[in-house]
Design a protein around this ligand. Structure first.
Ligand SMILES: [Zn+2]
Length: 536
């Protein structure tokens, strides 16, 4: 068994002299043990036998680290700094920057409390007595098949922060960040600003944040974070169902790891694992939360390999609410409703709703993959909803609506059919469009391709009724004026300018169209009513 120690400055000189001996890399200051932790050894637990009051007096909840306080919270943050990417939104350390800076194929799995100190391979942190003089804490290996970290609790006072550490105490979060660096395979660094520097001082919190040299070290040991590595950007819960959103999930064979809610026995694998999960899009996994899962982190392990490139980042959940780092979330389109639409839906109301996630990052909306829809025609309601006032398409077919962000896109299918009932839009299609005297009216007319439609105007909103046609205007055909006619082309709609046969000022004009081609059964098809105001 080897023991690696973090020692006081007086003893640090000996380590430093050893580590800069000829043969070391003159450009990088980190050192490697040569062994790494498999994905089956990423669990971390605390046996909380720490005696100092300062070790467990932080009772302030930390949003991105739900369910834990005191030494547990400090340790969870300390190990999480080595994670491949930002933990949740990265908040939780009032003295440093974001948490989660390793940038490598490595992520730890916080597993709460253990019932004892455990064996040398049980991946448990605890306090101990009888350490060598000057030693603050140490990690025991060999590391490849597990580790144990001991904190020299009788010689020193350990404090859980979360802010500045006072009174000559040592910072649990920073000390554990250092010792866990040993457990995952790093030796001491010659860079005195590194988390893996051989010495630490009372009150020092800088060890909490990885230095560039630490990042270079973990990348050398585990490889820089792969572009294909699964990533979680959101966890949300409804009842007992969790939805995990991210990217690079497998179509089948995904496993989700939860933090164990129980204080678990030594010598066991504490992870709560749900296996055999599918993700059709590769971006969403939905599962039932198992009974032994607690607040903590979730990770997704995909099949196809055993390295950390096949294990996601650790992402927080309290098993109740939503945790999100929407800035990195992919675009996911789950549904388009309705998914069959007529060629023309008159008006500017938002007729189609797209549901999914990541929409706060959406920048563009396309029809048929590449035809941009005017931004005025669609609205981001929230991260999961976009509404669209569909423009007219150039064809009748099944196509798609594609939502794009700067870095991602996804689409859903939508089918455009001919209007079975004649439809007409004047101007924007809204009531009380204003048309000035002498202007022509923009008309969009839709119906069955090949049919002939005639447009009529009226200044009266009183109806006109006939055995074969019923109109919402015209005062029993006493105020009824023919405007023009048009044939519907193959794309299901046509657009043109029609003359207006009235004069202003401030006259409300009503208009409908009739399909005179289709045999009445029982009546001719007549369009929706459109209204506009004629002014001087
Ligand atoms: Zn050390």
């Amino acid at each position: 068994m080897k023991a690696r120690s973090i020692v006081l400055p007086g003893l640090a000189l000996g380590f430093a002299a050893l580590l800069i001996a000829p043969g070391s890399d003159s450009l990088a200051s980190y050192t490697l043990f040569g062994s790494t932790l498999s994905t089956g050894q990423r669990d971390v637990r605390l046996y909380d036998n720490l005696n100092d009051a300062q070790s467990n007096n932080n009772n302030a909840p930390e949003t991105e680290f739900p369910g834990y306080f005191g030494a547990e919270l400090a340790i969870w943050k300390g190990i999480t700094e080595w994670g491949s990417t930002t933990h949740g939104q990265g908040t939780g350390d009032p003295t440093q920057g974001v948490i989660g800076n390793g940038q490598a194929n490595f992520d730890a799995s916080w597993q709460g409390n253990a019932l004892g100190v455990g064996g040398a391979n049980d991946n448990i942190i605890s306090g101990t007595t009888g350490c060598q003089s000057g030693v603050i804490a140490f990690a025991e290996g060999p590391y490849a098949d597990g580790w144990r970290i001991r904190m020299c609790d009788d010689q020193w006072v350990f404090a859980d922060g979360p802010g500045a550490i006072s009174g000559g105490a040592f910072d649990i979060q920073g000390i554990i960040a250092h010792e866990y660096g040993h457990a995952l395979g790093l030796g001491h660094s010659c860079n005195n600003a590194a988390t893996m520097a051989p010495s630490g001082a009372p009150g020092q919190t800088s060890l909490r944040s990885l230095n560039f040299d630490d990042i270079a070290g973990i990348k050398a040991a585990y490889g820089a974070k792969a572009s294909t590595k699964p990533v979680i950007c959101q966890t949300s819960v409804s009842g007992t169902t969790m939805t995990i959103t991210g990217d690079n999930f497998g179509a089948t064979g995904n496993s989700v790891w939860f933090t164990n809610v129980n204080t678990t026995a030594t010598g066991i694998d504490p992870r709560v694992i749900v296996s055999g999960l599918t993700s059709a899009s590769g971006k969403v996994i939905t599962l039932t939360i198992p009974a032994s899962a607690g607040p903590g982190d979730v990770l997704v392990k995909i099949q196809g390999g055993t390295t950390g490139a096949f294990l996601s980042n650790a992402f927080p959940t309290d098993l109740v609410g939503t945790f999100s780092n929407s800035a990195v979330c992919p675009i996911v389109v789950d549904d388009i409703s309705p998914d069959t639409v007529p060629a023309l839906m008159p008006g500017t109301s938002q007729d189609v709703t797209i549901t999914g996630s990541g929409f706060l990052n959406a920048t563009d909306l396309y029809i048929n993959t590449s035809t941009l829809i005017d931004p005025a025609n669609w609205t981001i309601v929230n991260d999961t909803t976009i509404t669209v006032d569909l423009p007219q398409f150039g064809f009748l077919a099944t196509t798609n609506l594609l939502v794009a962000s700067a870095s991602d896109s996804d689409f859903g299918n939508i089918t455009v059919e001919a209007n079975t009932t004649p439809a007409m839009q004047l101007g924007t299609g809204d009531d009380f469009n204003v048309i000035h005297d002498g202007e022509d009216m923009r008309v969009v007319l839709a119906g069955t391709p090949g049919t002939l439609h005639k447009i009529y105007y009226s200044a009266s909103a009183l109806p006109s009724c006939h055995p074969k046609s019923k109109w919402a205007m015209g005062d029993q055909f006493s105020n009824f004026f023919y405007a023009t006619e048009a044939t519907i082309p193959a794309k299901g709609w046509t657009e043109f300018l029609a003359p207006v046969v009235f004069s202003g000022p401030d006259v409300d004009i009503y208009s409908q169209s009739i399909d005179i081609t289709t045999a009445p059964a029982p009546m001719f098809g007549i369009s929706n009513l459109q209204i506009f105001t004629l002014s001087e």
